[in-house]
Design a protein around this ligand. Structure first.
Ligand code: M6R
Length: 359
């Protein structure tokens, strides 16, 4: 129920701190240890490569999951679009393990890949919000997101829940392998910090609404740029903005701009820079300067330890591998307010369905 909320999307954005706490409750014990079905852990540990297959927002979450899984488990991870993978299957490793990410568990593009991997007898795991869904029933294993019903077409809390559950999974596999990186990764603690930081960002709604009025009220297009996980967040942030506000938005790897896309920058083009990674912060700032000198209006979303006074949105620091869980929140609110201010239906954008059951 959306209760006093004008739209489900806003309620679902607000739900996210509680979802993080539910993930901690469902998947960790009182000592903070990750609790995951040991069979899943064994199958993953025995595999030589993990293939994440998904669509849309779930695909974007997959990229963040790859960064966390590779760091914690030392297993290479590939991320694929279901609609591409099905008909253009890459050469697979000898012992692949498949992870299907799907909020609804009903996405036809993902299902056709699962049917194929089942025929080939490869082990599979579905991360979904829907118990009993098709992808859950047909995969060997399921981990539920416990995000609660997501009604708005634009996915928000499923994205953060997917990343959080993948992080717990990464921790469980890393611990099983006795890896140093995972020993130091106190996932229950880190996710509880994330929940608190999410709350502080959500409290900034009015400031974000004003920023949107200032920078996005006239524009037909916008860009999000970042590197590494900040690029992955840029992909998701731009998908969110375009699917509900109809502003043509693109997420780019900041370093790629100068190889073509910078030609699109005009006087007043809004460019959002996402900066949460110490090793790439200076480079992304350099790219923001380049677009600014061509007329762009920059809006910077930065982690406090990397922020400058002039940055518009400053986010308290969290564990370096989990920054997408917090840097995505202002971008969800940006999409929400841009849509509201343009007078469109936030929860039901044109041409889109909540679950896409055709290929
Ligand atoms: O239910 P799924 O996670 O499989 O759905 C995948 C995409 O259709 C979905 O994420 C879509 O991109 C959303 N509308 C994005 O907000």
């Amino acid at each position: 129920e959306k209760g006093t909320y004008p739209y489900y999307m806003l309620k679902e954005i607000d739900d996210q701190p509680a979802v993080m706490r539910r993930v901690i409750q469902e998947y960790t014990d009182s000592m903070g240890k990750a609790i995951i079905d040991p069979e899943i852990i064994e199958k993953m540990t025995a595999s030589d490569r993990i293939y994440i297959v998904a669509c849309g927002t779930s695909y974007n979450a997959g990229w963040v999951g790859k960064a966390i899984l590779e760091k914690m488990t030392d297993i290479p991870v590939e991320v694929h679009l279901s609609s591409e993978f099905g008909y253009n299957m890459p050469l697979l490793s000898e012992k692949p393990f498949f992870i299907f990410l799907s909020q609804s568990g009903e996405t036809a593009d993902s299902r056709q890949v699962l049917v194929r991997t089942n025929e080939l007898d490869f082990p599979s795991l579905t991360l979904t919000n829907m118990a009993g869904s098709t992808l859950s029933r047909e995969a060997d294993y399921t981990l539920l997101l416990h995000a609660g019903p997501e009604i708005a077409v634009a996915s928000t809390k499923a994205y953060t829940a997917q990343i959080a559950v993948l992080a717990v999974l990464a921790k469980a596999v890393g611990d099983h392998k006795g890896l140093e990186a995972s020993k130091e990764f106190d996932i229950a603690h880190e996710l509880s910090v994330i929940a608190a930081v999410m709350e502080t960002i959500i409290d900034e709604k009015m400031a974000i609404s004003q920023l949107v009025e200032e920078y996005l009220s006239e524009t037909r297009n916008a860009f999000y740029i970042g590197r590494g996980v900040d690029y992955f967040v840029s992909m998701e942030a731009s998908l969110k903005l375009k699917e509900i506000s109809y502003i043509q938005a693109e997420g780019f790897a900041a370093g790629e701009l100068k190889h073509g896309t910078i030609a699109l920058i005009e006087e007043g083009t809004p460019v959002f820079g996402v900066i949460t990674d110490k090793k790439t912060a200076a480079h992304t700032r350099g790219n923001l300067k380049e677009v600014e000198s061509r007329g762009a209006h920059n809006i910077v979303i930065a982690l406090a330890s990397l922020a400058k006074e002039t940055d518009q949105l400053i986010i308290p620091d969290v564990h370096p591998l989990l920054t997408p869980l917090v840097s995505i929140i202002p971008t969800q609110l940006i999409a929400y307010f841009a849509t509201l201010q343009r007078g469109y239906d936030v929860d039901k954008p044109r041409n889109l369905a909540k679950s896409v059951t055709v290929e």
